[in-house]
Design a protein around this ligand. Structure first.
Ligand code: FE2
Length: 503
């Protein structure tokens, strides 16, 4: 088609939607673009207006770049270097996936009662398994009436926590039979102060044990016991393999750092010039992607302004096109997060077939959020981390700057999302967010900030993001650490955070 005809076509199609091109739009500008898609994109971008809208060249340029972005398949030019001999290609994979059962519930009163009963039962079992010099706890809270004036040891779920007029902390605990008020007095003794401070980190809906004295109808607390984890021994793994962790990729967002993500893929293909880096890349046998694969559609008000791909399917397609370039001896596990197109309530099911469409690769596994993964003997508990928001705001001393700290708090509580209502949870028959098995690695994302800790032998990793700093993060003073990928070596438990940010 002659370019002047193309401009005529553009004018005529624009006029049908009450728009006209300004004189600064040249024929060259629109030459290689599909006019229908361009007009569609302009209608989407410009939104509502009165009368006739005159489209200028900047609006056209922006729309063209978006149309072209969704049109061009991602091509990563990987230069296979002759001296890259990945050890991971020669070692057979050995993995097991244990997804969390995704049960359904109506959300009626009976469902909630059963859900919390199950939570108490499971966590009571964990608490009872801890060695206690004071014998076993009082079996049921309704039996407490026979213990007045005596020392007691109780287990229950926290239903409320308040500061009384006298400045004490009062916690109400409940089990299947009754409830009881527990007092942490704000006295000046060193022990009293320390217990009082510890009590300030008690959160709603968690299951704890208390040792104290029953005076009238109150338990005066002397000690708080969290379910916690036992000290875990380091495993000796013979294979010299690595696990790389990524999350919060947010493909489809204008802030998705595509070039940096591509650099990471090239690195996995041995394109690094540094010998140690190349060797590390060659060890990577597994990648865990812990959610927010895409930015999604309609996740928050006016999100469309922040999207480079305003189509969910295109967002996933771009992700699949990108990971297509990851060597196929690497097994990739993909969890959903709160931006992905599955139900928000946790546990979240794996990405549905409708989104994955005809995409199929033997080395890409779509799994639930959370999931347990056993990778050559290393147990990884992967969870997106949506509950980190409520934990950071509920426990004193927590911040978005150190996401590993709230992750450790979740391990102590043996629950991935203890505060009910902090984020959406399905009140199913079984509380599948209880951490019933202690993993070697606990990994989460969600807060877009890297963090690493070792807690009682468990390696705690937050794997950051591939999205640049958002307006939301600017508003709340949060500083993400994009394009940094932690790699765990299973032979020596070393963690190297490879920096692709260019900073
Ligand atoms: Fe995210």
């Amino acid at each position: 088609m002659d370019t002047s005809e193309k401009l005529k076509e553009f004018s005529s199609k624009l006029s049908k939607v009450k728009m006209l091109p300004k004189a600064d739009i040249s024929e060259d500008l629109i030459d290689n673009t599909d006019i229908d898609k361009l007009v569609e994109k302009l209608v989407f971008n410009i939104g509502t207006f009165e009368g006739v809208h005159f489209v200028d060249s900047n609006e056209v340029k922006e729309a063209i770049s978006e149309v072209n972005k969704s049109k061009i398949p991602v091509r990563v030019e990987v230069i296979k270097s002759g001296d890259f001999h990945p050890i991971a290609a020669d070692i057979a994979d050995n993995y097991k996936i244990e997804t969390r059962d995704v049960e359904h519930a109506e959300g009626n009163v009976a469902d909630f009662v059963n859900y919390f009963r199950n939570r108490i039962e499971r966590l009571r079992k964990i608490l009872n398994a801890r060695p206690s010099p004071d014998g076993s706890p009082v079996e049921r809270l309704d039996l407490l009436k026979d213990f007045i004036g005596r020392d007691v040891y109780i287990i229950g779920i926290v239903t409320s926590k308040i500061t009384t007029k006298k400045g004490n902390i009062m916690v109400v605990m409940e089990d299947e039979t009754a409830d009881v008020k527990v007092i942490f007095s704000n006295n000046n003794s060193a022990i009293g102060k320390s217990l009082f401070n510890t009590a300030s980190s008690i959160i709603n809906d968690e299951v704890i044990a208390i040792k104290g004295k029953l005076i009238n109808q109150f338990v005066i607390a002397k000690e708080i016991i969290w379910p916690d984890i036992p000290i875990l021994e380091r495993k000796s793994i013979n294979e010299d393999l690595g696990i790389a962790f990524i999350s919060d990729i947010h493909v489809g967002s204008k802030l998705f750092m595509e070039n940096n993500f591509v650099s990471m893929i090239k690195w996995l293909n041995g394109n690094s010039t540094d010998k140690r880096n190349k060797e590390l890349a060659g060890k990577v046998k597994y990648i865990v992607a812990s959610g927010d694969i895409v930015d999604g559609i309609g996740v928050y008000p006016n999100q469309d302004r922040d999207l480079s791909l305003p189509d969910m399917y295109m967002q996933y397609k771009m992700f699949f096109d990108l990971i297509e370039n990851i060597p196929d001896y690497i097994q990739i596990f993909v969890l959903p997060g709160n931006h992905d197109s599955v139900r928000r309530a946790e546990p979240q099911p794996a990405l549905p077939k409708s989104l994955i469409k005809d995409y199929h690769r033997d080395n890409v596994h779509f799994v639930s959020n959370p999931s347990y993964l056993e990778l050559n003997g290393i147990n990884v508990l992967a969870y997106h981390g949506t509950s980190l928001d409520s934990i950071i705001s509920a426990i004193p001393g927590m911040s978005y700057d150190k996401p590993e700290l709230p992750m450790v708090e979740l391990l102590k509580r043996r629950h991935l999302s203890p505060i009910y209502g902090g984020n959406v949870i399905v009140p199913s028959k079984n509380d599948n967010l209880v951490i019933d098995k202690v993993p070697d690695i606990l990994v989460m994302g969600h807060v877009h900030k890297n963090g690493i800790a070792r807690y009682k032998g468990v390696t705690v990793i937050n794997d950051g993001t591939w999205q640049a700093r958002t307006a939301f993060q600017v508003k709340f003073g949060q500083f993400p650490t994009p394009a940094r990928m932690p790699v765990f070596e299973m032979k020596n438990y070393n963690i190297t955070t490879v920096n692709f940010s260019g900073e």
